[in-house]
Design a protein around this ligand. Structure first.
Ligand SMILES: [Zn+2]
Ligand SMILES: [Zn+2]
Length: 790
């Protein structure tokens, strides 16, 4: 280390190794600038491990340099470690230089797309800047990355910027080490870069009566203000936009898109506009303004000021939150410049298909939805959806991990570096896949539901691209146990010999352990995995599981009561089927029908073809048993009349039920029973009894929803108490899509904390199936590393 600390004026020489996200983010220019500032001589270059710096100068200058490097780290860079060692025979340096990197040594790293930085934003609004009103400007601190790359190394020629030859001004800045645009691959300007244009969906020419408009981009604002729907090509996909305060426009968009209930995301010019409608805390502010610029779910204010035009109710029906984002490209900033209201900005697709990314495909598929198209000629190579996050208990919780987050690696706890390269294929719904290399997990962006043919194609293409971009040759494959998952089938076709089939809920728990830094050899923890469905090791459907688990194995200690899914998958989209199955599992229908004959839900169920349904139940025809927490929520929601006939997206009933929760500290909890055989399970019969009685006495929906949430949380905690009598564990992981329910998560956490248990929850990856591939990778890695041998 520093040998001359007592003599700060004496020259020393050091080699400094910097690890982390330090390549392709303007790190070397920062090193250069700081080295010059501190009067140091030496050199810097990229190599396989990150950045290597050699410096010669006074001990004092070296200390100042290290200090500044940490403090003035460029915005997209992340220093994980700095290792310093004395350099005994330094070359004779006369200056400080950036040395050519040896490209075959460089560990490929592709960074996430980043929102426009403040400097670039200032330039597009500065009439004296050469980027004034230019929709595609960027620098090393911002701009597209993953969305434009098709091959490695990450050079301009391997991106969709290859077609644009830099003008002399841009080329000069690209080559200037002191410039913010030094080696920013997508650098561009009006003269040399991509261009945007406006078109009518019906192909007719645009009659320019829009006198206030400056150009095609600005005209979009006028169109939105007039109630038109505009398809806008962004960074990772094409969106559909309309004025969020215009009821007619939002309704028109819902009808044309055939999307009737799922909430729409919103974008507003600035925080002040968002604050008119929603509460925003400090962390939420930070997230909205971060380089990732995700959609942040924010709590709706009960009242808005009279002068504020309300957001159309159909933007997010029956939900008490709104998903907002801030402009994250110059194009968005320019469109919203004159817009004082929020706009809807939802993915440009038909129902469940992936978002359109291609101009021609968009014109083909979206011309029945959009009135106008704002397109551009920078190709989107990788579809990257907007990420969705929320803040729970002052902690980030990612619900959909895509733009701005993927493909930044997640470092696994120590021990995992020993594992060979592994590919995990993920789930069926909300799919992501995951590559493991040298202890780092690289999760793909959210790829959607593979049941959709177009999504499956996108999955294959994205997988191929990632394997290429990260030079990943899997030696083992991790799959879900479900034989019918398309990801499972595809994984088996890849021709890799070593295959690990992994139980769905074990993977959820391992994902939660991995992102919380639980060590490879940690003793088993209790994992509570609550979701819609996953394939169990006994061939039945699971979804309300208490597993004692480490990375390598698990033991099923308890579960929710298995109840038939009446009609199989139909039960997901017709929630009343679950209510009927639950009531039939706990009661005698004839007695129930007499006792509660006045209840609407009883009348409703009585009108169904019950003898057929009963036969299905008795003979198990298309009615598999499922210990699903998700279906229990559906059943309760439908009993209250929420999404009774149909749910248009999975979990709609649960989300709307949660939105009804009110006065939680003053309510009582519905009772559940714990039955101990064959293994422990939660019996909901007493809960149903209480709920039906409440319905009969006219208790409000709010109170019933609250009592149910409280009851379930209490039942889960009681189950943990019982399990603790026979098993020793100190940590509990809460995972699975049902734990996106904030009320349940907070209530269960609170009760477990009281028992002095450490509660692990998700933050970086979703609790839902979007995080599954991380758990699969961790389990396969642990199994591939022989226990105890290091
Ligand atoms: Zn910038
Ligand atoms: Zn240029």
């Amino acid at each position: 280390m520093i040998t001359n600390i007592n003599n700060p004026n004496l020259n020393i020489a050091e080699e400094i190794r910097v690890r982390g996200i330090v390549q392709g983010v303007g790190f070397r220019p920062t090193v250069y600038r700081l080295a010059k500032l501190c009067s140091l001589r030496g050199e810097v270059w990229n190599d396989g491990e990150g950045v290597l710096i050699r410096i010669v100068g006074t001990a004092e200058a070296v200390e100042t340099f290290i200090d500044k490097l940490q403090k003035e780290c460029p915005p997209l860079a992340k220093i994980e470690a700095i290792a310093r060692s004395p350099l005994s025979h330094p070359p004779t340096y006369t200056d400080f230089t950036i040395t050519q990197s040896i490209s075959n040594q460089i560990k490929t790293s592709i960074t996430p797309d980043a929102a426009t930085c403040p400097e670039c934003k200032a330039e597009i609004f500065d009439p004296f800047s050469r980027w004034y009103r230019y929709p595609f400007t960027n620098c090393t601190h911002c701009g597209p990355r993953l969305s434009i790359v098709r091959a490695i190394p990450y050079d301009r020629r391997n991106t969709s910027m290859a077609n644009f030859t830099m003008c002399s001004d841009c080329a000069k800045e690209y080559a200037d080490v002191t410039n913010r645009r030094f080696h920013a691959q997508p650098v561009a300007c009006h003269i040399c870069g991509p261009k945007a244009w406006l078109k009518r969906a019906d192909g007719k020419p645009i009659v320019s009566d829009m006198f206030s408009m400056l150009d095609d981009v600005d005209a979009v604002c006028t169109l939105l203000q007039r109630g038109e729907i505009v398809a806008i090509k962004g960074i990772g996909g094409i969106h559909l936009a309309c004025d969020a305060t215009n009821k007619m426009a939002v309704q028109k968009l819902r009808e044309r898109k055939h999307r009737y209930h799922k909430p729409f995301a919103l974008m507003a010019k600035n925080l002040e506009i968002i604050e008119k409608y929603c509460f925003i805390n400090e962390l939420e502010k930070e997230l909205l303004q971060s380089a990732a610029a995700p959609i942040v779910l924010l709590q709706l204010k009960d009242k808005t000021e009279e002068t504020t035009k309300p957001i159309a109710a159909s933007v997010a029906p029956n939900i008490k939150s709104l998903g907002f984002m801030l402009p994250y490209t110059p194009l968005h900033h320019l469109i919203l410049r004159r817009m004082e209201r929020p706009i809807v900005l939802t993915s440009g697709n038909i129902s469940d298909e992936p978002q359109c990314i291609n101009n021609e495909v968009a014109k083909d598929k979206l011309s029945q939805i959009a009135d106008y198209f704002l397109l551009h000629n920078r190709e989107i190579i990788n579809r990257v959806d907007d990420s969705v996050v929320k803040v729970v208990g002052n902690r980030l919780q990612v619900l959909r991990r895509a733009r701005g987050y993927a493909p930044a690696p997640i470092r696994l706890p120590s021990g995992f570096e020993e594992a060979p390269p592994i590919l995990a294929m993920g789930s069926e719904l909300k799919n992501t896949f995951c590559l493991l290399r040298e202890g780092e997990a690289i999760l793909s962006q959210h790829l959607g539901d593979l049941e959709n043919a177009a999504a499956l194609t996108a999955y294959r293409e994205t997988l191929e691209l990632y394997l290429h971009l990260f030079e990943h040759k899997p030696e083992a494959i991790a799959l879900d146990l479900h034989p019918e998952y398309l990801s499972t089938k595809l994984g088996k076709e890849l021709g890799v010999d070593r295959i690990y089939s992994i139980q769905h809920h074990h993977a959820h728990i391992a994902a939660c352990m991995a992102e919380n830094g639980i060590n490879l050899e940690n003793k088993p923890i209790l994992g509570i995995a609550l979701d819609g469905l996953g394939y169990g090791e006994d061939g039945t459907l699971w979804g309300g599981e208490f597993l004692l688990a480490d990375y390598r194995s698990y033991q099923r200690l308890a579960n929710f009561k298995p109840v038939a899914m009446l009609g199989g998958e139909q039960a997901i989209y017709q929630p009343w089927r679950n209510t009927y199955a639950h009531l039939m599992a706990g009661f005698n229908w004839d007695e129930l029908a007499v006792k509660y004959r006045e209840l609407e839900i009883v009348k409703f169920l009585d009108r169904q073809p019950r003898s057929l349904l009963n036969q299905m139940l008795a003979k198990r025809i298309n009615s598999p048993l499922a210990s699903s927490a998700g279906r229990l929520f559906d059943a309760v929601a439908a009993a209250l009349g929420i999404c009774r006939d149909s749910a248009s997206y999975e979990g709609q009933g649960a989300i709307e039920l949660e939105a009804l929760v009110d006065n939680i500290d003053e309510e009582t909890a519905y009772p559940f029973e714990i039955i101990s055989a064959p293994i422990f399970y939660l019996e909901p019969r007493p809960m149903w009894q209480a709920l039906l009685t409440d319905l009969q006495t006219g208790v409000s929906q709010n109170a019933i929803a609250t009592r149910f949430h409280l009851g379930l949380a209490k039942a889960i905690a009681s189950m943990v108490v019982r399990l603790r009598e026979t098993h020793s564990f100190t940590q509990v992981a809460l995972t699975g899509g049902v734990f996106q329910n904030q009320v349940l998560l907070e209530q269960v956490s609170k009760q477990l904390n009281v028992m002095s248990l450490t509660v692990l929850t998700h933050s970086l990856v979703p609790a839902n199936d979007g995080g599954l591939s991380l758990g699969q990778v961790a389990i396969a890695a642990a199994k591939s590393i022989q226990k105890g041998i290091k």
